[in-house]
Ligand binder design. Sequence first.
Ligand code: ZN
Length: 373
Amino acid sequence: MPVSPADGEDLAREVGRIYQDAEAGLLERLARLLAEGIGLPNWAERKLRALGDLRAAVAQTTEALRRDADGAIRAAIGEAYRRGDRAAVADLMLPEGQRAAALRDLPNAHAVDRLADAAVDEQQPVYRRILRAVPDAYRQIVARVSGGVLLGTQTRRQAAQRALDQLAARGVPGFTDRAGRSWEMASYAEMAVRAATGRAAVQGHTDRLRAMGQRLVIVSDAPLECPLCRPWEGKVLTLDEHHPGPQTLTLPHATRDGETVTVHVAGSLAAARAAGLFHPNCRHSVSAFLPGATTRPQSLPHPGGATYEDTQQQRYYERQIRAWKRRQATAMDDDARRAAGARVRAYQARVRELTRDKGLRRKPQREQIHSAR
Ligand SMILES: [Zn+2]
């Protein structure tokens, strides 16, 4: 059974949902707090007095989020590692007795803890960012709406809604990367956890293969191939990190005693990964390569004719759906809520059309934000 970083995607999505819930709750709280008393002449003053309460509420939500997310991330990493491990045991085609024995223990339980600690640590900046970002956004909206001219109630409401719409379109920021790009909190969390579960699945696989003395793996031929991975498709790689590079080796046949097989080894798995294999959202996998016994994978086109670009288009529509659902959450009145709902449905129709025409699988979970309302 091959292992792929994509094997942990469903687990990461579950974790991402916890962040989406928290984000929707925070946005709704902001919208409610801003709408409250919006017709009163001393609205701005009242809003600034409520800032302390908002800070306390955000701190509480963030602490609950951290607790839930930590547990969910640890569970996801453990499960991804076990999936990789089981895939490796299946690859080795062991006799039943040995197979059962192998599955009793993890090949490297410390590795699971290390991976889980790292994944939990990676989320810490998100919580610090939320604690600052939500009260900041609130203060800015109050300042902008009340700034300078005296506005009537209706225009004040419109100005607040406009500001909330902008916030909803971007989402609550959770992380700024080295390029200075700001990530919406739930997208960042899911992306980071997806990378971590992917690493865990591959690690579980290689740890098991190593423990069983198996050194070679073969890269799959993915139907929706990502350009970065094309040079590695169907290549045999070694788990030996100090491998000198491409080499043709004469190796004992995996199942026939006394026979040898010539195998071209393209390099180490570590080097292939450093060169782009298993990049984020990669669809490729590796499985154990047993000289003479493993047949090379055949390149199969996607049955619906979909390309990698089509899958990226689907991701774009899914992001738009989530953004418009956030705008539903921050709607201050029914008109705004209805208008956002119409945009949600329009993008859903585009996803429906694309997935139907190209034979892609629709992923409803990716189109959700979970409203606390
Ligand atoms: Zn790939």
